[in-house]
Design a protein around this ligand. Sequence first.
Ligand SMILES: Nc1ncnc2c1ncn2[C@@H]1O[C@H](COP(=O)(O)OP(=O)(O)OP(=O)(O)O)[C@@H](O)[C@H]1O
Length: 514
Amino acid sequence: MYVSWRKTLTEDLHCQYFEGQVYYTLNVLHEDIDNPDQRISQDVERFCRQLSSMASKLIISPFTLAYYTYQCFHSTGWLGPVSIFGYFVIGTVVNKMLMSPIVSKLVQQEKLEGDFRFKHMQIRVNAEPAAFYRAGRVEHMRTDRRLQSLLQTQRELMGKELWLYIGINTFDYLGSILSYVVIAIPIFSGVYGDLTPTELSSLVSKNAFVSIYLISCFSQLIDLSTTVSDVAGYTHRIGELQETLLNLSRQWKDHYLEAKTSWDLDKWGLDSSRSEEEMVPEDTAFLLERVTLAVPSSGKLLIKDLNLKISQGNNLLIVGNTGTGKTSFLRVLSGLWESTQGSVSMLTCFGPHGVVFLPQRPFFTDGTLREQVIYPLKEIYPLSGSADDERILRFLELAGLSDLLARTGGLDQQVDWNWYDILSPGEMQRLSFTRLFYLQPRYAVLDEATSALTEEVEHELYHTCIHLGMTLISVGHRTSLERFHSWILRLCGGGRWELTKNESTKCLLANKGC
Ligand SMILES: Nc1ncnc2c1ncn2[C@@H]1O[C@H](COP(=O)(O)OP(=O)(O)OP(=O)(O)O)[C@@H](O)[C@H]1O
């Protein structure tokens, strides 16, 4: 099942994120891996250590260089220092030639690594909105694409580094021979003709190849031992991570197998082998029977014994104080949380023929304006992603975002910005509505989707939704929303709720009354 640890890491993280486990299972290991602050501080620490070691070498080098040049001059005359310096210059030029492509590759690798980490952070921060969109597969694909290009660059970098290492080792090796040659020339030219064999051998030993070679071997061994210890540390860490992910994966399989099959993305309604009638047999989207809901981590009771049927044409507004469980109720509807008791049935599918959730925090992926609007369709079904430009432009206009097209430079213009940085909260909500108009589902679940907009804009957007034939399930605080809804579910905290028909604002059902 696990092809490689990298694949495992990506797949399992996404499983956790997108199949609703995120609320229960993010643990210290994930925190650690995806925590950029920690990563940056580690990088800075490592960099500082390297810097201080480099600085100490730089300070000492001129003295040692001067001393050994004098020693070399003393035993070999001008020939020694000149040939060593010449050899050094040639080596530097060769090294420079081998290093130049590595530097640019390293820069590219750093950038791609940053992109990959950013993507993980984006998913992590937006796990819930992404899960509401059922965007697991598309985000998995996008993240995997980044990982693959990072790995590709790393492979290329390794190839280039191989040549550099060959160059460095050859340089070291020839360097040690050179030191031998340098002493050999004066010996054979008779400079040391008056020395006894013992003195001569002691002189040769002084400059011997072995000592230089041994030093270089030892330094390499020391370098290697640091690398080995690093690798051992990483291996241990990865082993821990893999074990944890395996455990989570097992738990996830036990608890969510049933849920996964019933929420499969094939039910998005774009599978041409299924007819619409097959997928949506009823005009009812959700059926709740004696549902009791509590916060999974704390057990805080939010809703008790709720019976509810949400069917086409019956727009439902969910209201209540903060923290009474409005969003949690939507989580249960979307299958992200399980109800404590009772049954929640979703009788429709996700997507254009069924239900689309607009989460409280708008979610945007990386990519072009078109990709934001049609999200998450294109990546899952590339063929069906050949979207109708006119429709997109019309919906952008209806959402009041015509100027965005000019800002991006076109629907398919690649942008290097983060959408969260360049859009205001209101614009983000408008863009989410553009997406909703484009998908045109039969049921739209809107979690405070107009909180950053004026009442007039809210009116226009809701009006368009209704005009496009959507049945709305909204969460909101404004009374202006009531006019678009025929039913109002008021959550009162402590499990109490009240369901009223809007026309008469008469309470029809309640458990203990609010
Ligand atoms: N992921 C979570 N893990 C643990 N507790 C949570 C989580 N999300 C929400 N809660 C808790 O569940 C309760 C209901 O939260 P919920 O987000 O449903 O409230 P809400 O009615 O939508 O509030 P608001 O109007 O502020 O959006 C709160 O007490 C909250 O602290």
